[in-house]
Ligand binder design. Sequence first.
Ligand code: ZN
Length: 148
Amino acid sequence: MADLRDLYQELILEHSKTPRNYRELKEADRKAEGYNPLCGDRFTVYIRMQGDLIQDIAFQGSGCAISKASASMMTQSMKGKTREQAKELFQHFHRTVTGEKNGDSADLGKLTVFAGVAEFPTRVKCATLAWHTLQAALEGKQDSVSTE
Ligand code: ZN
């Protein structure tokens, strides 16, 4: 069992304190809400599409350091991605935080800091909440997403 402190790397702490793209996106053409009842994390993810591209993305809400940092870094990674690229990145990220994939994480970039989450199963839902919520927004689902 890894030390919980190892999980809270500097980058995660920094993003949780100063989340990027943390605002309501007034020009959003899609949004979805996500809720993780295990931890109490709750976020709204806003996106503005330009054809098949995620032209802009933002989020708001509250949650633990892991969920907030993950949402913040997700918005940075997703801006400018196509729907298909966004889906691939989500799958790649999901495999990394669930420990299904080790090693080849080059295309995850900074997001590899979340690989440590795999050691803490209850934190996986925190790390993936915003990502599931983004998928719901991309699919145009209006219902709120719950990790349960
Ligand atoms: Zn959480």
